[in-house]
Design a protein around this ligand. Structure first.
Ligand code: IVH
Length: 656
């Protein structure tokens, strides 16, 4: 039996190589699957013959509890960037100052995740992310599921090979389609999807993601008698690694530029994403002469393609009124594919931007994804403009028709009508959200439904909702009505800090709400506090204090509190509430412009949930939250394979 198992292992390893490395399968998939199943069963029956490099390990199955750190045998450097022909010529100039006769190796810059694979005695032992270049994370078990990575090679010395793990476009499409169907958030691009897949603690999930890899370098080149980068790639081929065959040795920079231009025009034809071209001095001796900076080799450069821009049409400009009355414009677009996903909306940020770019409904526009993630209108295609009317900022609130105002020092246009339905609905949505009263089962749509049915006019009305009224509504059955009433009842006991936060007092975030609640213990005490008294609380400043007093002295607000009291809300703070530990041990970096939260709000929300916020992206960063116009931090995050969230994703995790 040992022999039979070994034979199957070898046969499958060979088929695997032909399919995933050479891209030339010699047997139909069904045959491979059948043999794999057979081997699987045999190894189960005779576990003593299962080897560490058996093809059956490709299906994953290890559940990790965390990723250990690993030090790379030599640093994984990054590359400096070139964005245009001029940058490339300047690079060539610098190179030729040192080496007069130079040849360049041009390689596609795969848009994935840099990894390092260690081989010892011909066996794949450890695989790691790049991390900060010196220390990465051990993702060996995840990498073993990538079938293009040989688990065994014909070499006895120890060395590391380096390359880019990636998700092919078709796998990405399938994955996102499935996620969409399951109501999960889609990945913004194949790179994020690849990074996310490799950081799964359940390696079975990684195995299902269909990742691949291109190797482009190896350490200890001296042992293989390598004198050029071309030879390096050939050696990798000979050892059984998958390299990218779309590569070219260029005689001079003109040939490099030609190659770059060719791929800029043809990149979309490839079955995987590339974000540029890597240009390396081909001769290794020449490389050493040219040398390194601390961060990157001086003998190589990455030419980065400009962000993919596509043309589409603005069908409409949608206006939404936020909780604080700010009216935000969003372009509704003719759906179009850009950088990996279908885009049908793009934030226009504010009306000043619309004016500055002279954006009009029915205009043909160029859009891109900032940092490959956030859709933005770059410019109008003026040649295609016909008789579109100038777009005018709304003078009336789209929800209540009240006149809008523009406050001094603000770019935003606001509706300041306190009875504006859109704002009331947003107020209620905020009140019931997880960070506030935490009324489960009451989402945005349900709130709108209740409001439109005139069952609630303010947050206090939630507490007088009746079963008989709820059950009459569309799509509301016995269970939904009962659950809602139970959740509402339970919320009456929410501590004062949650109520204060839920009331949506301007500038009063979760943290300040807690400070107030802990200081005053009851709503009556809060209502009586003067601004002078409020600023005595450490960390409560003038702005918050003034804002709180403005509310507590407003008759409508006083009435609302009275109504809440009568409806049975306790609004008391007793013991210190346990802080949320949603983001424990996580370090965040915020970058770009956020739409719904200010930087400070985002920061305190993260901190209130146990997370840390720092200013720069490093290997210690867990998540980068990217708003619009995010720049180098987002790029760095991508480079390091750090998880990137949009503001919406952050809010979603915060339960908002
Ligand atoms: S060479 C010292 N070659 O681009 C040389 N990098 O900053 C180091 N990348 O994250 C890199 N394709 O993972 C090289 N053919 C290629 C590449 C490539 C993609 C990535 C690399 C790194 C970034 C360069």
């Amino acid at each position: 039996m040992k022999e039979k198992i070994r034979e199957l292992q070898e046969q499958l390893t060979q088929y695997n190589y032909e399919y995933h490395v050479l891209d030339k399968p010699t047997v139909p998939d069904a045959v491979y699957d059948q043999l794999l199943r057979e081997l699987f069963d045999l190894e189960k029956e005779y576990p003593e013959y299962k080897t560490e490099d058996s093809p059956t390990v490709r299906v994953g199955g290890q559940i990790l509890d965390r990723f250990e750190k690993v030090e790379h045998s030599s640093p994984m450097l990054s590359l400096s960037n070139a964005f245009n022909e001029e940058d490339l010529r300047a690079f060539d100039h610098r190179v030729r100052k040192v080496i007069s006769d130079v040849e360049y190796m041009c390689e596609l810059k795969i848009d994935g995740l840099a990894v390092s694979l260690s081989y010892e005695n011909g066996r794949f032992t450890v695989g790691a992310t790049r991390g900060d270049g010196t220390v990465g994370e051990n993702i060996t078990e995840n990498l073993k599921t990538i079938r293009a990575i040989p688990l065994k090679i014909d070499a006895t010395s120890s060395f590391e090979v380096r390359g880019e793990a990636y998700m092919p476009k078709n796998s990405f499409e399938k994955l996102n389609a499935a996620r969409e169907e399951n109501g999960q958030q889609v990945f913004q691009n194949p790179r994020n999807a690849a990074a996310g897949s490799l950081r799964q603690l359940d390696t079975k999930l990684t195995a299902q993601r269909n990742l691949s890899i291109f190797l482009y370098g190896l350490t200890r080149q001296e042992i293989f008698d390598i004198d050029t980068q071309s030879k390096s790639l050939e050696t990798l081929d000979d050892l059984g690694f998958k390299t990218n065959k779309e590569r070219k040795v260029a005689k001079d920079i003109d040939e490099v530029i030609e190659y770059v231009e060719y791929w800029q025009a043809h990149r979309l034809d490839l079955p995987y994403e590339i974000d540029g071209i890597v240009i390396k001095v081909n001769n290794l001796e020449a490389q050493e002469k040219i040398g390194y900076t601390v961060r990157s080799p001086k003998w190589a450069i990455a030419y980065k393609f400009p962000a993919e821009e596509v043309e589409t049409k603005i069908l409409d400009i949608e206006l939404t009124v936020g909780r604080t009355g700010v009216i935000t414009p969003t372009a509704i677009l003719e759906p179009v594919r850009v950088a990996g996903t279908t885009v049908s909306r793009a934030s226009l940020h504010n009306h000043e931007l619309i004016e500055a770019r002279d954006i009009r409904i029915n205009d043909t526009v160029i859009i891109h994804k900032a940092g490959d993630i956030i859709p933005e209108v770059v410019r109008v295609v003026m040649d295609k403009r016909t008789d579109q009317e100038v777009y005018k900022a709304p003078t009336k609130c789209p929800s209540c028709g009240h006149e809008t105002v523009k406050l001094e020092d603000e770019v935003a246009i606001r509706c300041i009508n306190p009875t504006c339905p859109a704002q009331i609905v947003e107020d209620i949505i905020h009140f019931v959200s997880r960070g506030a009263m935490n009324i489960d089962g009451l989402g945005e749509k349900f709130v709108i439904q209740l409001y439109e049915a005139e069952l609630i006019k303010d947050v206090a009305d939630l507490y007088t909702l009746k079963y008989e009224d709820l059950i009459k509504l569309d799509r509301v059955g016995d269970k939904k009505a009962t659950n809602l009433l139970n959740a509402i009842e339970a919320s009456k006991k929410q501590p004062l800090e949650k109520v204060l936060f839920g009331l949506g007092i301007r500038f009063l975030g979760q943290k300040a709400s807690r400070l107030l609640a802990e200081e005053f213990l009851s709503i009556d005490n809060v209502m009586e506090a003067t601004a002078e008294r409020l600023v005595e609380i450490p960390e409560i400043g003038e702005v918050i204090a003034q804002s709180v007093v403005t509310y507590t002295q407003n008759d409508d607000f006083v009435d609302l509190i009275e109504k809440l009291k009568q409806n049975g809300l306790e609004m008391k703070q007793e013991a210190f509430e346990q802080e949320s530990n949603l983001f424990n041990d996580m370090t965040f970096v915020l970058t770009g412009k956020l739409e719904n939260l200010t930087r400070n709000e985002a920061k305190s929300r993260i901190e209130e949930n146990g997370g840390k916020v720092t200013g720069s992206v490093s290997k210690n960063t867990t998540v980068v939250v990217a708003g619009s116009d995010a720049g180098s931090k987002l790029e760095k995050a991508n480079e390091l394979g750090i998880e990137v969230w949009s503001e919406a994703e952050l809010l979603e995790r915060l339960g908002e």
